[in-house]
Design a protein around this ligand. Structure first.
Ligand code: PEP
Ligand code: MG
Length: 319
């Protein structure tokens, strides 16, 4: 299986009954885009741009950022790049952008909230992304969006730059990683081009367990039925508006979760590059009716442990 998965890594991932799911790579370093394509990535589904900023001693200027993003576009050779705007704060501090001490940094100035507090930083980044893209496919998403108000604030900055630069193939979307945005996905879907579900933070905020907690990490399982319900709501709302949905959190490469996510209708899985051949191989072994059944089965469980236990036999039987 391993060898067959690797040999077929550049083929698209279609279920037995012909339903296509895109498989893309998560990246924190644009120099790794070449390797991602080599491993079968159909694009970059999450470029964690804060890691680019962290590699510089101060805010990278426009020219530096254009060169960075340009490197990823060059490697992708026409495949889409989903870039997340700077997601600083919480577990990802940026030394030269200090945030005032907070009791709860995970519930404080981070993600889009922090970015909107200094719009000139966001502006330079958006300008660099649009200029680096040229006519190549660029998807931009804002992190830690809680409702449509924050999306609109980010979009105003984007619209101003795009009116000037006019990159022809750009979509604007949001990360779904706060329960409120999943619950309100219908109102967001009316305005965004796409969603990308960040199951790492979505799990943290749904279960109220710090994602890096030393002793509670075993209880912090993204396959929890409450998280799956939020994913279901997001996909339903998105598809009702003709928008696509990706999953870019760790859950997307969990062997038990892949069939469930496909069954829930997720359109794209973005995973660590080395997992791509395996994830594609798993999708190819599924049929949509079975995947949908596995999703219903998982959603009906009361706990994450019950989901895992149920899926272990059911997934084996379905493949
Ligand atoms: C997530 O929260 O699931 C996500 C993909 O973003 P990050 O892990 O970078 O916070
Ligand atoms: Mg996140």
């Amino acid at each position: 299986i391993e060898q067959e998965a690797y040999q077929n890594r550049h083929e698209p991932a279609c279920t037995r009954d012909g339903h296509r799911v895109e498989v893309a790579a998560n990246l924190g370093n644009t120099a790794h885009a070449v390797d991602a394509v080599e491993r079968g990535a159909e694009g970059v589904g999450l470029l964690r741009t804060e890691f680019i900023f962290m590699a510089h001693p101060d805010f990278p200027d426009l020219k530096t950022q254009i060169a960075e993003y340009g490197e990823a576009f060059d490697a992708l050779a026409g495949r889409p790049l989903v870039a997340r705007t700077l997601d600083v704060g919480g577990d990802k501090p940026l030394p030269y952008w200090p945030v005032a001490a907070e009791d709860n940094p995970f519930l404080g100035m981070r993600g889009i909230r922090l970015a909107l507090s200094r719009p000139e930083v966001l502006e330079t980044q958006l300008r660099a992304l649009l200029m680096a893209a040229g006519s190549r496919p660029l998807r931009i998403m804002f992190p830690m969006i809680k409702d449509v108000e924050e999306f609109r604030a980010g979009k105003r900055v984007f619209d101003r730059l795009q009116a000037e630069i006019r990159a022809p193939d750009v979509q604007l979307g949001v990360m779904v990683e706060i329960p409120s945005s999943a619950l309100l996905a219908a109102s967001l879907a009316a305005e965004v081009d796409f969603f990308s579900i960040g199951t790492n933070d979505l799990t943290q905020y749904t279960l109220a367990i710090d994602r890096g907690h030393a002793s509670l990490s075993a209880q912090s399982d993204a396959i929890h039925p409450a998280v799956l319900q939020l994913i279901r709501l997001t996909v339903e709302a998105a598809h009702a508006h003709g928008r696509w949905v990706g999953v870019c959190g760790e859950l997307g490469s969990d062997p038990l979760a892949v069939p469930v996510l496909v069954g829930l209708g997720v359109d794209e899985l973005s995973v660590t590059a080395r997992r791509i051949p395996q994830v594609k191989a798993m999708i190819r072994r599924l049929g949509m009716p079975q995947a949908r059944e596995l999703a219903s089965l998982a959603l009906a469980q009361p706990t994450a442990a019950a989901v895992r236990q149920t899926l272990e036999t059911a997934v084996a039987a379905a493949l």
